[in-house]
Design a protein around this ligand. Structure first.
Ligand SMILES: *[C@@H]1O[C@H](CO)[C@@H](O)[C@H](O)[C@H]1NC(C)=O
Ligand SMILES: *[C@@H]1O[C@H](CO)[C@@H](O)[C@H](O)[C@H]1NC(C)=O
Ligand SMILES: *[C@@H]1O[C@H](CO)[C@@H](O)[C@H](O)[C@H]1NC(C)=O
Ligand SMILES: *[C@@H]1O[C@H](CO)[C@@H](O)[C@H](O)[C@H]1NC(C)=O
Length: 343
């Protein structure tokens, strides 16, 4: 087995470089371009939408209202908050990100203590539309800031990973978000009993685009959202490799990976699976976080997740891999070299 080092991620990810036509209407620049930001840079800010729902956001210190700026949505897990998600992903620290705006949406609250869940979870009924909420945030951010509308991304952990996947699966949001990176996601399917077949579950997923870039992370020792799937909270979770293969098939790729290799030589067997060939090379990727990685945002330093679940830190930083992955895609397709698009 080839040992792939994180240091060579750049090389690893270069490959065929042909834009995948999205068939989308031309992408206009955001109306916030040229507007004074009117908020403090490099700090977390709470905002409220006309609908009354709130979100947290952070604008990088070098923000320039005349420069189109990419934006990342990062979704917290069940019972967690936007601030806790920012503490977890560290995407507002210069080590991982210095030029993307980061938005931390806030789930609805449902009854019991800390009953904070996303639509798609068993606790939330069908009439809640969290996708519309996210797009309302995006509209608000685009009118206030100079957002690069071709470089909007989504990531999140646990139910936040589920929410990330829901955005990839919804025709409204998958038409506006370029790439997706769910971490330790709870991909609930509402079936029970003998219909809960983790290896063959069908997913309700209807992206607006033929080729949706997605990078999935899951730990081998996740005892909250088991790698093997099965019944949970009166619904059903998939076997994670089946969930990944279903994305490859949905994207028109072979559901067997074109490449499999250890992520790096660091003890645990963190493994990278890459799907797609030629112009769609590496369109779907999956990191098995390793035998010891639990229900956590993988990081080489301890974080609130690894402490809560008493699992060791990972051998890699998911945030580095996610930023690298997002950097390869725009809504226009795959990005080539420094700034150019081809195809
Ligand atoms: C945002 O609002 C939440 C809820 O009121 C609060 O707990 C949090 O401290 C606020 N965060 C910031 C950065 O102001
Ligand atoms: C799941 O399905 C059951 C049975 O069809 C239904 O009663 C329930 O409301 C559904 N749950 C959600 C969260 O949609
Ligand atoms: C990691 O190693 C364990 C055995 O220690 C094995 O059961 C498992 O399949 C391996 N996982 C991957 C993704 O290689
Ligand atoms: C992971 O990120 C932390 C900063 O959060 C950094 O100190 C550490 O060196 C990174 N590890 C690797 C392997 O890059």
């Amino acid at each position: 087995m080839v040992a792939w080092r994180l240091l060579t991620l750049g090389l690893l990810f270069s490959g065929a470089c042909v834009a995948s036509p999205t068939g989308l209407a031309s992408i206009r620049s955001a109306s916030g371009c040229g507007e004074e930001p009117g908020i403090g840079l490099n700090q977390r800010i709470n905002a409220t939408l006309p609908s009354g729902r709130t979100y947290l956001f952070w604008v990088p210190p070098n923000y320039n209202q005349r420069k189109a700026t990419p934006l990342i949505f990062s979704f917290h897990g069940a019972t967690r908050t936007p601030d806790s998600q920012a503490d977890l992903d560290l995407l507002t620290t210069p080590f991982f990100n210095s030029d993307h705006i980061v938005v931390y949406p806030s789930s609805g609250e449902y009854g019991e203590d800390n009953g904070r869940y996303w639509r798609g979870a068993p606790q939330v009924l069908d009439d809640v539309d969290d996708v519309a909420y996210v797009l309302e945030i995006l509209d608000a951010m685009e009118s206030q800031f100079c957002i690069d509308r071709a470089r909007i991304y989504a990531t999140g952990k646990s139910q936040g990973g589920m929410m990330t996947n829901n955005l990839a699966c919804d025709p409204r949001s998958s038409a506006r978000i370029a790439a997706f990176a769910p971490v330790s996601g709870s991909y609930y399917v509402n079936v029970t009993g003998t219909e809960c077949t983790p290896l063959t579950l069908n997913f309700n997923c209807h992206p607006a685009r033929k080729h949706v870039p997605i990078f999935i992370f899951h730990g081998g020792h996740d005892d909250t959202i088991n790698y093997g799937g099965g019944p949970r909270s009166s619904e059903c979770l998939p076997y994670i490799p089946h969930f990944v293969a279903a994305w490859a098939a949905r994207d028109g790729l072979s559901d067997t990976p074109e490449g499999v290799g250890l992520l790096l030589d660091a003890g645990d067997n963190a493994t990278l699976y890459r799907y797609g060939s030629r112009s769609q090379k590496n369109l779907v990727e999956f990191v098995y976080g390793g035998n010891h990685v639990g229900h956590q945002w993988p990081a080489t330093i301890p974080n609130s997740d690894s402490i809560e679940h008493a699992t060791p830190p990972a051998t890699f930083n998911a945030s580095s891999i996610i930023m690298d992955f997002f950097g390869r895609y725009t809504l226009r397709g795959r990005k080539c070299g420094r700034g150019g698009y081809r195809g």
